[in-house]
Design a binder for this molecule. Structure first.
Ligand code: 6PG
Length: 252
């Protein structure tokens, strides 16, 4: 990855969540100020839970214009909304149940129906909700798996070659399961993308991604190139350990 994609490192998960919450609300306010509303895609997995709890806590402290926000998801598992596997359920527990967002402004991917149908439906929901053509998120939150996947863009899957659909269904062999995911076209049109990466298990993949000279399908997270300054990486020190080791070695 070109060193150019800004990378910020925080001492621990709490500081990371706090800083990410700041950037989240900045992006939300900027979009609402400029366009009267904001369209945000939430990340799944476990890392964002701390951020979502922080967003909820800060919203309790001081009101936030959630009535002008529309929330989406970057991907969803083949799971019902009340399943422990569901990305929607994680966000509902940590954020949605604690903020005053109109239910009609929450647009979950229906993981409980066949993936191809859910993907087609979600593309319609995005187009029906966002005024911009093509649809464009103001902010997308993403995580990175140890194999370099992001959202449900996994290495070796055909969805990496999707060049026009904004949402696709993908069968992930290694998981033996279907997923629904935003694709590179819509991710790369985003006004802002924030990758949130934490924990020692991500040090290796982060070092490999940041060492890339050009984006590589081997590491799908590196394919998210939303344009100059639109992609930001936010890591805790554990996830950044090998990157920092390499940088220190280069400076010796
Ligand atoms: C998912 C996510 C996935 C996640 C990464 C990182 O559905 O699991 O969309 O892309 O962001 O796997 O997950 P963690 O943050 O839990 O490490």
């Amino acid at each position: 990855m070109r060193e150019g994609a800004p990378l910020a490192v925080y001492p621990g998960k709490d500081q990371l969540a706090e800083a990410a919450a700041e950037r989240f609300f900045e992006a939300m306010s900027r979009a609402i100020r400029k366009r009267g509303g904001c369209f945000i895609a939430l990340a799944g997995g476990s890392t964002p839970r701390d951020l979502y709890s922080r967003l909820a806590a800060r919203s309790r402290q001081s009101g936030r214009p959630w009535d002008k926000a529309h929330l989406f998801w970057g991907d969803e598992r083949a799971a019902a909304p009340d399943s422990p596997q569901s990305n929607y359920r994680m966000a509902k527990e940590s954020l949605l149940d604690h903020i005053d967002i109109p239910p009609e402004n929450v647009h979950r991917i229906r993981g409980e129906i066949p993936a191809a149908q859910a993907a087609a439906e979600y593309g319609d929901v995005i187009r029906g909700t966002m005024p911009s053509r093509p649809p464009r998120f103001d902010l997308v939150l993403l995580g990175v798996g140890e194999d370099g996947h992001t959202a449900s863009l996994f290495p070796g899957t055909p969805v990496l070659d999707e060049g026009c659909k904004d949402v696709a269904a993908v069968y992930v062999e290694k998981l033996q399961s279907w997923r629904v995911t935003l694709t590179c076209p819509i991710l790369n049109r985003s006004r802002q993308v924030i990758f949130l990466v934490a924990g020692p298990s991500k040090a290796g993949i982060m070092e490999r991604i940041r060492s890339l000279k050009t984006p590589s399908k081997e590491y799908p997270a590196s394919l998210v190139q939303a344009g100059e300054g639109r992609v930001q990486w936010m890591l805790d020190q554990q996830a950044a350990r090998l990157i920092e080791n390499r940088r220190e070695a280069a400076e010796e």
